[in-house]
Design a binder for this molecule. Structure first.
Ligand SMILES: Nc1ncnc2c1ncn2[C@@H]1O[C@H](COP(=O)(O)OP(=O)(O)OP(=O)(O)O)[C@@H](O)[C@H]1O
Ligand SMILES: Nc1ccn([C@@H]2O[C@H](COP(=O)(O)O)[C@@H](O)[C@H]2O)c(=O)n1
Length: 237
C-alpha cells in the first residue's frame, strides 16, 4: 500500500489539529502537531527569560531543549513532553498563546523545528499540521490541505474549549489573540503562513468536525488509491 504525507496548514483555531488527529487515526498514520513544538519552545523561553533578540541566548536555549510526543494510554492522545516533562496542558494556556508567534518567527527556532519535522516524515505515513508544512517542511507532500474559518466562530470554539478546561477567557481577548497571531504568522520574513498553490482550501465555519474529517480522509484515500494504481501500472510495464 502506498504511504503518503498529509500536510495540513491554516489559520489559528480553525480545526487543524482536531481534523489531523482523526484523519491520522482513520488512515492508521502517525500524527504530529507542530504548533505544540513551537509552543513548547515558547514555554521554555518564558521560563528561562530568554532574550529573543540575543542569538547566543536563543542558540543555547535551543540546544538545551528536547521535545517529544508520548501517547497517553488512558486517552490514547499524543501529549507533548519538554525535556522529559509533560507540558501538554501548560502549552495550551493563553500566556503561551500570547508569546508563541514572535518566538516562532525567529529563524534559528524554525531551522531547529523544521529539521526535526523532516526527520519525522522520512518513513511517510504521516499527518502533520502547522503553518509551513505544505510550503517548507514537505513541499512534496502528496496531499496538502489549507484550512480556514470565520474568526468569530474560531474564537467561540476556542473559548468553549478553554472553559471546558476551567480557563475563563473573554471572547474578545481570544479574538484579538487569533487575529494578532494570524497577522504575525502571515507577515513574518521566515516561512510565513501561505496557502500552497497545490493545496485544497477547506473552510470549516459551517462544517461539523465529523464532516471535515470525512472530507480530508476521503481526499487522502483518493490520493493513495491513485498512487497505488500508478505504481501498479508502472510495475506491469
Ligand atoms: N467544525 C467544528 N465545529 C465545532 N468545533 C470545532 C470544529 N472544528 C474544530 N472545532 C473545535 O475548535 C477548537 C479549535 O480546534 P483545533 O485546536 O483543532 O484548531 P487548530 O487549527 O489546530 O488551532 P491552533 O492552530 O490554535 O492549534 C477545538 O476546541 C475544536 O474541538
Ligand atoms: N508549523 C508551525 C506551527 C505553528 N507555528 C507557530 O506556533 C503558533 C502556535 O501554533 P498552534 O497551531 O498551536 O496554534 C502559531 O501561531 C505559529 O506562530 C508555526 O510558526 N509554524
Amino acid at each position: 500500500m502506498y504511504k503518503i504525507i498529509v500536510a495540513i496548514d491554516g489559520f489559528s483555531s480553525c480545526g487543524k489539529s482536531t481534523t489531523a488527529k482523526k484523519v491520522a487515526e482513520n488512515l492508521g498514520y502517525a500524527y504530529v502537531d507542530t504548533g505544540a513544538m513551537y509552543r513548547a519552545v515558547t514555554l521554555y523561553f518564558i521560563g528561562k527569560h530568554v532574550a529573543l533578540t540575543n542569538p547566543r541566548e536563543v542558540a543555547q536555549a535551543l540546544s538545551d531543549i528536547h521535545i517529544s510526543f508520548r501517547r497517553n494510554p488512558q486517552t490514547q492522545v499524543n501529549e507533548t513532553y519538554l525535556n522529559g516533562l509533560n507540558v501538554e496542558s501548560e502549552i495550551r494556556k493563553m500566556t503561551v498563546s500570547d508569546h508563541v508567534s514572535p518566538v516562532s518567527a525567529i529563524p534559528e527556532v524554525r531551522r531547529a523545528m523544521v529539521a526535526q519535522q523532516k526527520q519525522m516524515g522520512r518513513t511517510k505515513a504521516l499527518v502533520m499540521d502547522g503553518r509551513d508544512i505544505g510550503s517548507i517542511v514537505f513541499p512534496e507532500a502528496e496531499l496538502k490541505v489549507f484550512m480556514t474559518a470565520d474568526p468569530v466562530i474560531r474564537a467561540q470554539r476556542r473559548q468553549a474549549e478553554l472553559l471546558a478546561k476551567g480557563e475563563m477567557v473573554e471572547l474578545n481577548d481570544i479574538l484579538e489573540n487569533l487575529k494578532k497571531r494570524d497577522h504575525l504568522d502571515t507577515t513574518r520574513a521566515e516561512s510565513p503562513l501561505v496557502q500552497p498553490e497545490d493545496a485544497i482550501l477547506l473552510d470549516t465555519s459551517f462544517l461539523t468536525i465529523e464532516e471535515q474529517v470525512e472530507l480530508v480522509t476521503g481526499w487522502a484515500d483518493a490520493r493513495i488509491a491513485r498512487l497505488n494504481r500508478l505504481s501498479e501500472a508502472h510495475r506491469k510495464v
